[in-house]
Design a protein. Structure first.
Length: 552
C-alpha cells in the first residue's frame, strides 16, 4: 500500500489559481472606514486611513508602545514610527519629520493617518477613491495586492475575492481545504515576506509560524501584475545543500516547460564544459510539488540535479502543472495532466536544445511519477527516451484503486475504517453509470472524480510495452510509503527487459536519504541529502545506456 492520497495531504497543502483585472485600473476594496459615523465625517474628509485595518489587510505588523505613545508600522523592509505628541512626529530609519496638523487622528481608540505619511514613510501609495470612498492602489504594487488577497480569503469574503478573477476561473469553486486553511492565517504569526521570480511568474510569499512547521501562503503574478495562482503549502525550511554540491561545476537557468496556459516554470542544470550532455528529466510524485520536490527540510530533486551535474549529466526539473495551474485544474485534472504532459513536454524541449545530447534523454520518476513511467513511455511516440529510472514506486501490476484491496492495505496511515471508506468510494467510481462531470453526492475522494476515474483503470504494466527503453528501478529499504518488497513486483514484470537493473538501498527512505529510524513524516524535518551512492549509480547507468532506437 503506497498511501498516496494521505501523503498528498500530509506533505503539500495547496490552494488555487486566479486572475485579476487590468493593469491600467486601480484596485478597489471595501473601505477601511472608521468605526462610527461621527468619526467618519472628520477622518474621511481628510482621506485618513485606519492603521489597524490597513495593517491587517496588507500583512504589515503594528506595534503600540504606551510608554512613549508611539505606534510603529513594520512592512517588509521598512519601519514607520509615529509618536503621538501634541505636535506628532514620524520617523523612518534616520529620517524624522513633523506631521502636519490634521494628518493624524485618534478616533475610538483607533489611529488614522493621511496617505502622504504612508507614502513618505513606507513608500506605498494608497488612499480612498473620491468617487467610491473605497480604498485603492495601483495594481503594479503586487505586494499590497497579495496581502489584500489573503485578507479577503481569510475572512471568507468570496464575493470580494471573485471580482479579481478572470472569467475563465471566476465560477471555479475554491477548494474547501483552502478556505479552511486561509481562515486560520490571521491566528498565526507572520514571520517574513519573500519576493522572487520563478522564471514565469513574480511571486509574493507570506511565511507563517505554525508551530512544528511554517506555512507558505504564496501568490503568483504574471508579467502584467495579474494574480495567476495562489497556494498554501508547508514551507521547505531547513534545507542544507549536500557536500557534493559544487557550484563551480555547473550553471542553472530558468526555463519554461510547455506553452500557453499550461506552461510551467522550471530549471535546467548544465554541467560546465563541452557538451552536448546527456540529460535526465525529473518527474515528481503525488502532491502539488515544486521543481525541487521539496518536502519540509529535504529537496531530493535539487540534490539529484547538482550531484548529476558534477558527473557530467544535465537535468530538467519543473513545478508540477497541478501546482502552477491549481485553481483551473484542481477539480478536473487526471493522471495524464498531472504526470504525463509535463514529462513529454520537457523531453521535447531537451531534444531541441543543442547543448543536450538528443540520443541520451532519460526520464526519472519518483514515487507515483515512477509508477506512471510506462504511460510516459507510451506517449513517447518518437521513441526519444533512451532509458527510464523508477525511484520508490509501488506495484506496477495493479491500479491505484486496487491497492485498497491489497492484503497489506492497512498500515500506519490507514485504519480498517478508513480502508472500508475508500472501498465504498471506489465502488462509486467503478459503477457503469459513473460520470465524473456529475458524480454522486456521496463521492468525496480528493483530488477529484476525473482523477479517480483514470486511477481505477490505469495499470502500469498495460502501458509502454512497445517502447524499447531499459529501466533502472531503485527502492529504499526504509521507505515507509512504499514497501521494500515492491521492488520485486517490478523485477517480476520487467526483469527480462534488456538493459534493465533493479537495486535495493539499505537504510534509505522514500526520499533516498539515510533514515533516522523514525519511519514517519518526521524524517522529512531532518535536512538530509540524497545518498551520493544513488547519484553515482544513476550516473553510471546513464553513461552505459544508449538510445535503443539508434542501436538497432
Amino acid at each position: 500500500m503506497s498511501n498516496k492520497r494521505v501523503k498528498k495531504s500530509i506533505i503539500v497543502l495547496s490552494a488555487a489559481a486566479m486572475l485579476m483585472g487590468s493593469l491600467q485600473t486601480a484596485i478597489h476594496v471595501p473601505a477601511l472606514g472608521p468605526p462610527t459615523v461621527a468619526a467618519a465625517s472628520s477622518v474621511q474628509e481628510r482621506q485618513q486611513l485606519s492603521l489597524r485595518e490597513l495593517c491587517d489587510m496588507f500583512g504589515f505588523r503594528l506595534v503600540w508602545n504606551a510608554t512613549n505613545r508611539t505606534v510603529s508600522i513594520h512592512s517588509d523592509d521598512r519601519t514607520l514610527s509615529i509618536q503621538l505628541l501634541p505636535d506628532p512626529v514620524a520617523k523612518t530609519g534616520n529620517s524624522t519629520w513633523k506631521i502636519a496638523a490634521g494628518d493624524v487622528a485618534v478616533k475610538d481608540n483607533r489611529i488614522f493617518v493621511a496617505p502622504q505619511i504612508l507614502e513618505k514613510g513606507l513608500d506605498i501609495k494608497v488612499g480612498y477613491s473620491g468617487k467610491t470612498k473605497e480604498l485603492e492602489w495601483d495594481m503594479a504594487d503586487i505586494r499590497l495586492t497579495a496581502g489584500a488577497f489573503w485578507y479577503f480569503l481569510s475572512r471568507q469574503e468570496l464575493s470580494a475575492m471573485k471580482r479579481y478573477m478572470a472569467d475563465s476561473i471566476r465560477t471555479v469553486p475554491v477548494p474547501a481545504s483552502v478556505r479552511q486553511m486561509a481562515e486560520f492565517l490571521p491566528q498565526l504569526k507572520l514571520t517574513k515576506v519573500r519576493t522572487h521570480d520563478n522564471g514565469l511568474y513574480k511571486v509574493i510569499t507570506f511565511i507563517y509560524d505554525a508551530g512544528q512547521m511554517s506555512l507558505a501562503a504564496e501568490v503568483r503574478f504574471d508579467r502584467t501584475n495579474r494574480i495567476k495562482d495562489y497556494i498554501i503549502t508547508a514551507d521547505s525550511t531547513g534545507y542544507i545543500a549536500p557536500g557534493y554540491d559544487k557550484p563551480d561545476r555547473y550553471t542553472e537557468e530558468s526555463i519554461v516547460v510547455g506553452e500557453g496556459e499550461d506552461a510551467t516554470p522550471g530549471t535546467l542544470t548544465l554541467p560546465r564544459g563541452e557538451g552536448p550532455f546527456p540529460v535526465v528529466v525529473l518527474v515528481q510524485g503525488d502532491g502539488e510539488l515544486d521543481r525541487d520536490s521539496a518536502v519540509m527540510a529535504q529537496k531530493p530533486f535539487r540534490d539529484l540535479a547538482v550531484g548529476l551535474a558534477d558527473r557530467g549529466i544535465a537535468t530538467i526539473r519543473y513545478d508540477k502543472k497541478t501546482r502552477t495551474r491549481y485553481a483551473k485544474l484542481y477539480a478536473t485534472h487526471n493522471l495524464t495532466k498531472e504526470f504525463i504532459e509535463g514529462a513529454i513536454e520537457a523531453v521535447e524541449q531537451a531534444k531541441k536544445d543543442k547543448r543536450l545530447d538528443g540520443s541520451r534523454i532519460f526520464v526519472a520518476g519518483h514515487s507515483r511519477g515512477g509508477w506512471m513511467m510506462p504511460a510516459i513511455l507510451e506517449q513517447d511516440k518518437e521513441r526519444t527516451i533512451a532509458g527510464a529510472l523508477i525511484m520508490g514506486s509501488p506495484n506496477p501490476s495493479i491500479s491505484e484503486a486496487d491497492t485498497y484491496y491489497d492484503k497489506s492495505a492497512e498500515s500506519a496511515f490507514f485504519t480498517k475504517e478508513q480502508i472500508a471508506y475508500y472501498r465504498e468510494q471506489i465502488k462509486l467510481v467503478k459503477a457503469k453509470n459513473f460520470d465524473p462531470a456529475k458524480p454522486p453526492a456521496e463521492f468525496q475522494l480528493p483530488p477529484n472524480p476525473y482523477w479517480w476515474q483514470e486511477a481505477t483503470t490505469y495499470v502500469p504494466v498495460k502501458n509502454g510495452s512497445g517502447h524499447p527503453a531499459p529501466l533502472f528501478v531503485m527502492q529504499g529499504e526504509e521507505d515507509f510509503h512504499v514497501k521494500a518488497s515492491e521492488l520485486e513486483t517490478w523485477r517480476k514484470v520487467y526483469g527480462k527487459r534488456p538493459g534493465s537493473e533493479f537495486k535495493l538501498y539499505p537504510k534509505l527512505t522514500h526520499m533516498f536519504t539515510e533514515s533516522t529510524g523514525k519511519n514517519t513524516t518526521e524524517e522529512y524535518y531532518n535536512p538530509a541529502s540524497v545518498s551520493e551512492q544513488v547519484i553515482t549509480d544513476i550516473a553510471a547507468w546513464v553513461e552505459k545506456t544508449g538510445n535503443p532506437e539508434q542501436q538497432k
